[in-house]
Ligand binder design. Structure first.
Ligand SMILES: [Zn+2]
Length: 44
């Protein structure tokens, strides 16, 4: 249990960024005016 608690937060913090991946193209780059910077899908 102790080992799991030590690993989980690190993986979550690494995967979860400021922006979630775009559901259309998978780009995890910051949004531009609330839209995906790659395909332009509105996410915000
Ligand atoms: Zn996109």
């Amino acid at each position: 249990m102790l080992a799991r608690e030590g690993i989980a937060p690190v993986e979550v913090a690494h995967v979860e960024g400021d922006e979630p991946p775009c559901p259309a193209c998978g780009t995890a780059a910051p949004l531009v005016d609330g839209a995906c910077s790659d395909c332009g899908l509105q996410l915000g």
